[in-house]
Structures are given as C-alpha cells and as structure tokens.
Design a protein around this ligand. Structure first.
Ligand code: ARG
Length: 582
C-alpha cells in the first residue's frame, strides 16, 4: 500500500537524519498543499528534545533527494508534507493495473462464519431483515476479497413460538388434517401450503394470541411438542419450511444475497444436550425460579447484565439456548477464527450474554473472535421505522417491487436501453439503489429510506455509481467501434484531473483496509463515490476519444478501463451488479 511504502521511506529518512523513529504516513488533511503527510516529528521531538519543525526539515531534506517525490518539505509546527512526482504516480498506476489483487490488502489465515439474514420461517420477510442481509452479504464479499475464507449462515428462526402459533392456528381451522392426529405416522399425508397462506396465517395467529389466553397456551404447547418431535407437527413443520424457504430464497435472489448454509435454530437442537452437560459439569448453570440460568455479569459492567436463561421453567429452550448450541455446532463444523453476527442493535444485550456464557464455558478457543456487528434501524421519512403507506409492516418483496418499478419507468422514459434488457436492468438499478443507500451509512447508525433520493442519478447514490460505469462503457464501446486499442499500461499524467483520479485509485487500498478492520462497507461506498466524482471531472475536463496526441489518448483510454475495473471491484464487494447502459 502506498502509505506503507511512504512510511518506510520516511522511517529510513528519520534514521539517516539520526533519529530512530517508525514513521506513519497518511493522506493529507490539506490536499491543496500536498498529497501525503507525516506527523511523526512530534513524537520524535519528545524523544530527542528538539523542536518538531527542525526535525521535519532535516527529514524532509533527506526525502527530497528521492525522485519519487516532486516535493517533500517540513512545515511548522512540525509536519512533513509530501507530493509525489507524476512519473511515480504513473508508475504506481501501472503497478495497480498489473496487480491481481487490485491493491486490496490480503489477510490470509482467517476463516470467518458470518451470521446474517436471520429470517424467521412462516413470517414474511420484512424490511427489518433487509439490513442484515445487505450488510452481511457485503461483509462476506469484502472478507473474501481481502483473502479470507468466509461463509454465510442464515441462522433461520425455524424452531420458536412463531411455528407453534402457525400450527395452533392451522389446527383450529383444519382439525381434520391427519398431521394433527396424535398417532400420525409418516405417509399419512401432509397438506400442501402456500406462501400466501402463511402470510395470512401468521399475523392472524399472532394477533389472536395477544387477546386469547387459551389460544396462546395452545401455541406454547404446540411449540413444546414440536421441539419434542411430535410426528405430525414435524411433518407439518417440514411443509412450512419448504414453502417459506422457497419464498425467502426468491427474495434473497432478487437482492443478490446468498448463503452457503441455511442452518436454522432447529439444527442447533442436536447440540443442546451437550451444551447443558457442559454448563452443568463446569458448575455454570443453576436453577432460578424453575428456569436454568448462567450468570454473565462482570465487575466492570456499567449497566446490569442479567443472567442468561438457557432453559425455561416449562423445559423448553429459547433463543439464547439455540444461539449457544449453534456456537458448538460452528466450532465443530468450521473451526472458525471468527464468528461475525450481523444483527440489529437492539439484540446487543442478548448477544453479549450469549458470548459471555460461551467464553465462560469455553465453547470456542479463547482466540476465536465472537463479534457483534450491530446495525441501526431503517426509518421512513418521518424518522420512524419504515412502514407501508397504510402504516403496516412493509414486506421486503413489495419494497423491492416498488423500487424496481420506479427504475423501470425511468429507463422507459429515457429509452436508451434495448427493450429486452429493460426488466433486468431495472432490477439491478433498483438493487443498487437500495443497497448503496443502506451501505453508505455508518453501519451502527439509523438511516432514512428515501426512494426518490436513492434513485437519483446525482449525489452519493448507487444509481450515480452505475451511471458512471455506463458512461465509461459508452466510451469503451465507441473506442472499439473506431478500432482503437484499449491498453492496460502506459499511464501518464497530463492534466490535474488525471493526476487526482490516478491518486484516488492508488490510495483505494486504504479504504479496503478500513472496511475490513472496522467491518464497515461504508468506507468502500465513500471510496467508490470519490473515484466516480473524480472520473466525472476527468470526463468533463479532458478530451479522450478525440484527443489528438496518440500517447495521451492511449493513456486516457487505459485509465478509463482501469477506473471501470476499480469501480466494479468495489461494487462486487457491495453485492451490486452494473449495467451496460442506462
Ligand atoms: N431471527 C432473528 C430475528 O429475526 C435474528 C437472528 C440473528 N442471529 C442470531 N444468531 N441470533 O430477530
């Protein structure tokens, strides 16, 4: 990475000037004055009891001899400002173009299980699940681009009360179904359900359980019986899983979100006896009000962290139980170096309890990272959680549909896209708008979903990024039509906007480093946006196809192709596909 190369050069210069200092170099805070800066003279000043600017002058004098710098100078009170020579910038651009990893730092040896998506079977996917899917998918792709092994696991909510509610409701409506007979045997037949039916049944059952005590009791009993593998319920549950799973998958497909594993809470069930045994043998679990709990409070806690309940008084296992058992499962199946949980901020306490219990019980080796990667709420323009116009919970499929339709209308109005590509392009543009609009925000913050803004071709939007790519495509198409060759080397700076654009490509690795270190796709969104802005300036300021000087034209065409490659590489990691034209 360029800042690492420069830090090495500056450290060597410190040493040559007689100071033993490991220097750090960052992008300049004052791009109008220089490209990079080093603030290490302040630390050197303490160590060597000498004014920082004097040290800066000495070190800069050494650096100035190196022809990678156009300028290296000490400035008061003690900064070293550096500007690279155009020849070196061109060289770095060529190095980048030749680099298989496109300047992305590589962290090998990591094996990461990413828990994201987290949909609940039988309940429709709503926008609340959108962020986990979008952010989790992107973090998985970022980790992979950074050289890690990463797998996604949905952790389906398929074993809880919501299934009990659906079973109880269906039993009430269709008591004649064989699956409800206590002595149901395999082969006695399973009714065929549909996604539409489940969409209606779950909310009805949920509403009823709030007002009807008997019904609620039935739902709890059904949950308990299911967990104890009552044959008819298991058969019905499998049918619910089939229908719900297909529906979920089709929604995730539309969003380009995928999972290597579709394990659910039910798959953790097999590990619960072992979990209970471990907690018991290590003397961690004890009875409290009939429930089995584990203390997880720590002395340094500022707010109370209650004990985690691992078994309810009625003997059933709950959310924390399955999460703990899943840790055993993941350790056994993958032996990961890290498990990332991409989950709503509101579940932070739950996962804090789970992680602490897992640590106490040594469910994973101490060096395995259990990380809660929380995210904020997606709000509507009124600042409240996003709802339908009628005030109901917005279904994810409806939201994707609305955005895609708006994108299609735009495409039709402009009429540039061939008719047979319109639907697919509209889907891609819609997904880009939704995903970029989400990922550009700091992960842990709430944000406002504003469709008009997200679909705008101006500003920090996915549409603007795709628009930039389609503009580059058009240049490359025209070049090909004119029989021009598009080189992948021979970059040379011949204009300010060109230099800035190349610099943005060269320094892009720093955004990857931050995105990976902070598990934060927003750094890549910012970076790709900056590249696009600088490209737009370049596009407006200089001639490309009709540039008379052949060497300059070749360099500019090469740069166009490289910029596109860079943007696409960023978009790949955000889970966004491009379109040929808009
Ligand atoms: N199904 C849960 C929900 O809808 C999210 C699951 C999050 N992951 C986890 N390991 N607890 O709230």
């Amino acid at each position: 990475m360029i800042t690492d190369i420069l830090a090495e050069k500056v450290s060597a210069a410190f040493s040559e000037a007689g100071y033993d200092i490991t220097a750090a170099v960052t992008l300049s805070d004052r791009p109008d004055l220089c490209q990079f800066q080093c603030n290490s003279c302040f630390a050197a000043s303490k160590q060597y009891r000498k004014a920082p600017f004097m040290i800066a002058d000495e070190v800069a004098a050494v650096l100035a001899k190196d022809d990678v710098f156009l300028k290296a100078e000490g400035v008061k009170p003690g900064f070293i400002n550096m500007t690279l020579s155009d020849a070196y910038i061109s060289q770095l651009t060529a190095d980048l173009a030749a680099d298989e990893d496109m300047g992305i730092p590589q962290y090998t040896g990591e094996k990461i299980v990413i828990d994201y998506g987290g949909p609940n079977v039988a309940k429709p996917l709503h926008v609340g699940h959108l962020r986990s899917a979008i952010i989790g998918q992107s973090l998985k792709l970022i980790a992979r681009k950074c050289g890690c092994e990463a797998v996604g696991d949905t952790h389906l909510g398929d074993w809880g009360l919501q299934i009990g509610l659906v079973i109880a409701e269906l039993c009430d409506r269709h008591p004649e179904w064989a699956v409800f007979s206590p002595d149901y045997k395999d082969g006695d037949g399973v009714p065929e359900l549909s996604a539409e039916m489940l969409t209606e049944v779950y909310p009805a059952a949920s509403a009823r359980s709030k007002v009807d005590d008997d019904f609620r009791e039935k739902a709890h009993t059904a949950t308990f019986d299911l967990q104890n593998r009552r044959a008819g319920y298991i058969a019905l549950w499998k049918e619910i899983m089939r229908v719900s799973g297909a529906d979920l998958k089709s929604n995730y497909d539309k969003l380009n979100v995928d999972f290597e594993y579709w394990y659910g809470e039910s798959d953790a069930d097999a590990y619960i006896p072992e979990l209970m045994d471990i907690l018991d043998k290590q003397g961690l679990s004890y009875e409290s009000d009939g429930a089995l709990v584990v203390d997880v409070a720590e002395e340094t806690d500022k707010a109370p962290v209650p004990p985690v309940i691992v078994r309810k008084s009625d003997g059933s296992s709950i959310y924390a139980t399955t999460d703990l058992a899943t840790i055993i499962q993941r350790q056994r199946d993958f032996a990961p170096t890290k498990i990332w949980y991409v989950v709503d901020n509101r579940q932070e306490m739950h996962l804090t309890q789970v992680f602490r219990c897992a640590r106490k019980a040594h469910l994973v080796p101490d060096e395995v990272g259990l990380e809660f990667l929380g995210f904020g709420t997606m709000n509507g323009r009124d600042g409240k959680p996003y709802k339908t116009r009628e005030g109901g919970i917005m279904r994810l499929s409806d939201m994707i549909g609305t955005v895609t339709e708006a994108a299609l209308a735009r495409i039709e109005e402009q009429g540039n896209v061939p008719a047979d590509s319109r639907e697919e392009y509209a889907r891609r543009i819609g997904v880009a708008a939704i995903k970029f609009g989400d990922l550009v925000n700091q992960r842990s913050k709430d944000y406002i979903f504003d469709m008009d803004k997200f679909l705008s071709a101006e500003g920090k939007t996915g549409v603007y990024i795709l628009y930039t790519v389609s503009r580059i495509n058009s240049i490359l198409r025209k070049a090909a039509a004119q029989g021009l060759d598009i080189p992948d080397s021979g970059y040379a700076v011949s204009a300010d906007c060109e230099r800035d654009l190349m610099l943005s490509l060269i320094t892009s690795g720093m955004s990857w480093r931050l995105a990976f270190a902070e598990r934060a796709p927003s750094y890549l969104c910012e970076d790709v946006y900056q590249i696009c802005v600088l490209f737009s300036r370049f596009y407006h300021d200089v001639r490309i196809l009709d540039e008379a000087d052949e060497a300059v034209r070749r360099s500019r065409l090469a740069l166009c192709a490289l910029v596109k490659k860079m943007i696409v590489s960023h978009l790949d990691a955000l889970g966004i596909e491009t379109v040929e034209m808009m």
